[in-house]
Design a protein around this ligand. Structure first.
Ligand code: MG
Length: 380
């Protein structure tokens, strides 16, 4: 879809993962832009009550509940994501599903020529080349919602040259200053205390291990076509600057603001245009205070380097990394392993899995399944 949001109104939007943190923020943004956008489909995972409230408020033509077989009010089953994403009245699919479950909907939407406003970074990490192929085949496009990647896109749009280097910022998470021994025994509550962002539990734990930043480097590699040597990460505890973008002439642009997902969400809907919006807090450098930067402490955050190695290996390794991480985070949140075990489970899994250099969906699904099995064995 190349028509911008304001070329013809209203633009049809499907929100997948509508009851999660990004889904709720998306509806808040859409509520301020009812003239430009029309909510056509709402799909939740399993939260009946939150979905019922949203449906009452938005009355969309299509509603789905993935795990809702017992609820006759909604369409249910894994296929509802694809059904919603490929409807003819949908122009933009906001994919805010958590984890590997979002892949099919992204591919199907792109093949159907939709814009995918992507918060589901796991999709790109697992299957970056397939996502690009689907977009090319169907004339669809991916526009990132992830704040760092939105920052890169905002800096890179209409520059007349492609970025030559990126620096993604990382808050450092709740354990930025902790020693490794202390981190090994961190509690679930401590891991969920993110200093600057309020997010769902999976991505919050990923932000505590810095696996999230590895996923984001891989995501940036596929989105912006840069090699891994051209994507750096710096710890920036205030989360004010979201990314730096260097151009071939040595010029560096950065995008900044108080942490809020509503700006990247609105930009993913309106790109390359910008819509007026009074709903977000205006930036004030004095209120932001000093901005500081630190190197990433690799010895304390081994999940980061494991993810980057998987990205560099390519083929099915990023999908295996993602799957092992999902299983390990689930186990941590269920109280079955310690915080320090998350990286160990990933490392053990990746050491035992074979890398398939092909990018077929079959190979990716096999790697995903193998990695999940190996990770569960490592946990047991
Ligand atoms: Mg991010």
């Amino acid at each position: 879809m190349t028509s911008a949001a304001t070329d013809r109104a209203p633009v049809g939007v499907a929100v997948l993962g509508c009851t999660g943190s990004i889904g709720v923020s998306t509806l808040r943004v859409l509520d301020r832009h009812r003239d430009a956008f029309h909510v056509v489909a709402l799909v939740a995972g399993s939260n009946h009550d939150a979905l019922a409230e949203q449906v009452a408020r938005w009355n969309p033509p299509f509603t789905g509940l993935v795990n809702g077989a017992s609820d006759s009010r909604y369409r249910s089953g894994a296929n509802v994501l694809v059904e919603a994403a490929t409807r003819p009245d949908v122009d933009i699919v906001v994919n805010a599903v958590v984890g590997a479950a979002g892949l099919d909907a992204t591919l199907a939407a792109l093949r159907a020529g939709k814009r995918v406003a992507l918060a589901n970074k796991e999709t790109l990490v697992m299957a970056g080349p397939l996502v690009a192929e689907a977009a090319a085949a169907g004339h669809g496009e991916v526009v990132p919602i992830d704040s760092e990647h939105s920052a890169v896109l905002q800096c890179a749009t209409a520059q007349g040259a492609l970025p030559s280097r990126l620096i993604l910022t990382a808050s450092g998470g709740p354990f930025r200053t902790w020693e490794r021994d202390r981190m090994a025994h961190a509690t679930i509550a401590e891991a969920l205390q993110h200093p600057t962002w309020r997010m769902g539990s999976k991505i919050t734990v990923d932000s505590a291990t810095l696996a999230n930043k590895a996923l984001e480097v891989i995501e940036a590699h596929y989105l912006f076509g840069l090699g891994y040597d051209a994507i750096d990460v710096v710890v920036h505890p205030q989360s004010i600057i979201h990314a730096f973008v260097e151009f071939p002439d040595g010029s560096m642009l950065a995008q900044l603001g108080f942490p809020s997902m509503e700006i990247p969400i609105l930009y993913a809907l309106s790109h390359p245009k910008r819509l007026p919006d009074q709903g977000v807090r205006r930036f004030d450098p004095l209120a932001a205070g000093p901005l500081t930067f630190e190197p990433l402490r690799h010895e304390c955050f081994p999940a980061f380097a494991l993810g980057i190695s998987a990205g560099r290996a390519g083929g099915t390794m990023p999908a295996a990394f993602n799957a092992a991480n999902e299983v390990a985070v689930d186990a941590f949140l269920a109280g079955r392993i310690g915080f320090g075990d998350i990286a160990t489970v990933i490392e053990t899994t990746l050491a035992r899995i074979a890398c398939d250099v092909t990018h077929s969906l079959t190979a990716i699904r096999a790697a995903d399944a193998d990695a999940r099995r190996l990770a569960r064995e490592a946990i047991a």
